[in-house]
Design a protein around this ligand. Structure first.
Ligand code: KIV
Ligand code: ZN
Length: 506
């Protein structure tokens, strides 16, 4: 059986999605989960694009040893040198060089001839090849490029040392049959194609990214570029979980396999959603909250009698927690530790102690603590690990007659206690005004939403916000049984990320 290489670009193309910026530690956390997931290649970033991206790629290259670690570079000498600097300490480094190929890009954007682009592509692959053997080349906007010209470029770059040739549907324009024809044409018309792996990289502008990727695999492509939850530029990239589960579930059709440990999918999806702030829609295939829930009576009856009547996948294969065991205030450290392990967490002793205290506090307020509650409280604990300012206390007074007022106490980076109070148009506004007086970083709140983690009046509320400062968006999340406290935590989370990014760029 043939194998399909899974190339994950969550940290590069995924992070390019508007409002999805991640800090270095968050990128490393995701890369570690991608390693557990068993992806073959992690595209860790675009090193020349910013000092932060360079550092993140370098850190991942040092720390994440099993997969290939790839850095993106335009077909410019400086980009290639910088990409190499970032990935050179990886156990398996790769440089990914790209250059536009379609006439529409050549005429309006690059103002270069086909001949010039061909020569530059060849020369830049040869330059990258001096650093490492593992070189990928992408003719950007390939799906809108004349196939004969693509064949010429691919032959030239393979000659210069490219070991993977990636065919991007950059603007999500392709239709499965047409894109499959392009892949088959490449396999039949590029004389040295047997020296390279053919890869595809599909965007989802017409909702066809996964369909185009799967059709390409059926026609002979052996690497698929994709992202967790399908996040990415505009409408996103092909979704990793959908590709992997389609290949696995319809093995009878594809007769192919991947190396992915599918039990890690749910965890990867939650982590990416949590850190990017991109909520997964409930009906999202594989990882949406409703992906395995049956509402119709006829379906429920069938599933009770025999799951395969209406379930084509066992939810446990994607790592959905099997039990709905509920912990309570009498549950001890041992039960909590076991539940965490079943949910796929392995926390250090210190993190475990913090999480256990938070669990006990929650169990005092809430009747039954579910798996989703535990996920939410672990995430909340992890968010506070590398804070600049820490929220110590808040107190709010509000009502239909009074003027909303908030008093806030923070701990600053030197361990000093800071306190202030403010009025606002509502309780959340009053809290944010009081925090602003203490932290003093100008920003604009652009998004605020609150949802409950489980049903019931005692449920945890999760708040997601976005703030903008100097043209950059920062996401913040907070969870608490009190939504005003959750709102304050979300704001602190966003501000801490803003301050962290400022520190990183000096
Ligand atoms: O969509 C695209 O063309 C890309 C390239 C850099 C591969 O992301
Ligand atoms: Zn892309």
């Amino acid at each position: 059986m043939d194998r399909v290489i899974i190339f994950d670009t969550t940290l590069r193309d995924g992070e390019q999605a508007a409002g999805g910026t991640l800090n270095i530690q968050e990128k490393l956390q995701i890369a570690r989960q991608l390693e557990r997931l068993g992806v073959d290649v992690i595209e860790a970033g675009f090193p020349i694009s910013s000092p932060g991206d360079f550092e993140a790629v370098r850190l991942i290259a040092r720390e994440v040893r099993t997969p290939v670690i790839c850095g993106l570079a335009r077909a410019h000498p400086d980009d290639i040198d910088r990409a190499w600097e970032a990935v050179k300490e990886a156990e398996h480094p790769r440089i990914h060089v790209f250059l536009s190929a379609s006439d529409v890009h050549l005429v309006y954007q690059l103002k270069k001839s086909r001949q010039e682009v061909l020569q530059t592509s060849r020369a830049m692959v040869a330059r990258a090849k001096k650093y490492t053997d593992d070189i990928e080349f992408s003719p950007m906007d390939a799906s809108r490029t004349e196939p004969e010209y693509i064949y010429q470029i691919l032959e030239a770059v393979i000659d210069a040392g490219a070991t993977t040739v990636n065919i991007p549907d950059t603007v999500g324009y392709a239709i499965p049959e047409e894109f499959g024809n392009l892949i088959e044409g490449i396999l039949n018309n590029v004389p040295n194609i047997n020296r390279a792996v053919v890869s595809v990289h599909c965007h989802n502008d017409l909702g066809l990214a996964v369909a185009n990727s799967l059709e390409s695999v059926r026609r002979g492509a052996r690497q698929v570029e994709c992202t967790i939850n399908g996040i990415g530029e505009r409408a996103g990239n092909a979704s990793l979980e959908e590709i992997v589960m389609a290949i696995r579930t319809r093995n009878d059709f594809f007769d192919l396999a991947t190396k992915v440990d599918t039990k890690q999918i749910y965890k990867a999806s939650r982590l990416v959603s949590e850190l990017t702030g991109f909520v997964v829609q409930p009906n999202k295939a594989i990882v949406g909250a409703n992906a395995f829930s049956h509402e119709s009576g006829i379906h429920q009856d069938g599933v009770i009698k025999m799951p395969i009547t209406y379930e084509i996948m066992d939810p446990r294969t994607v790592g959905l927690p099997a039990s709905s065991l509920v912990l309570g205030k009498l549950s001890g450290r041992h039960a909590f530790k076991e539940r965490l392990a079943e949910l796929g967490y392995s926390l250090s002793e210190e993190d475990f102690n913090r999480a256990f205290l938070a669990f006990k506090e929650l169990a005092d307020k809430k009747k039954g603590v579910t798996d989703r509650d535990i996920e939410s409280l672990v995430a909340e604990e992890q968010r506070t690990v590398s804070e600049t300012f820490h929220l110590d206390r808040i107190q709010v007074s509000c009502g239909d007659r009074g003027i909303p007022t908030a008093a806030v106490r923070l701990i600053d980076p030197n361990g000093q206690v800071l306190a202030d109070a403010a009025l606002g148009t509502g309780p959340v506004d009053a809290v944010y005004q009081a925090i602003n007086r203490l932290v003093g970083v100008p920003n604009v709140l652009t998004e605020y939403s609150v949802k409950s983690v489980t049903e019931g009046i005692d449920a945890i509320g999760e708040v997601l916000i976005r703030i903008e400062s100097a043209g950059i968006t920062y996401t913040g999340r907070g969870a608490d049984t009190d939504v005003i406290v959750a709102s304050a935590k979300a704001y602190m989370n966003a501000l801490n990320r803003l301050l962290g990014a400022k520190k990183a760029t000096g």
